[in-house]
Write a protein that binds this ligand. Structure first.
Ligand SMILES: [Fe+2]
Length: 90
């Protein structure tokens, strides 16, 4: 999908980056919800990862990213769900 996005130019490619980072950030937020409150080490790591992903999205926006259409975002979410489900089962 990233390869295809790249064929539409830098703004679309950066839009792909922004949406990817947003979805990863949301995925990490779901991990935060499931991590035990007392697991401070894991929570600190995931929290820092969330901060990093948000910064990547912000930087891609500042570099001129275009907002992707909703159907494309939905397709990306579907692909991510397939990847995380397969990874979880393996
Ligand atoms: Fe990132």
């Amino acid at each position: 999908m990233g390869l295809v996005a790249g064929r539409f130019g830098s703004a679309v490619s950066l839009g792909f980056v922004v949406e990817t980072e947003r979805q990863v950030e949301a995925h990490l937020a779901s991990h935060m919800d499931r991590l035990p409150k007392g697991d401070l080490a894991s929570r600190a790591i995931v929290s820092q990862m969330k901060v990093d992903e948000a910064r990547h999205a912000r930087e891609a926006q500042q570099a001129g990213a275009t907002e992707l259409p909703a159907p494309v975002k939905g397709l990306m979410k579907l692909a991510a769900r397939v990847m995380t489900t397969v990874a979880h089962r393996i």
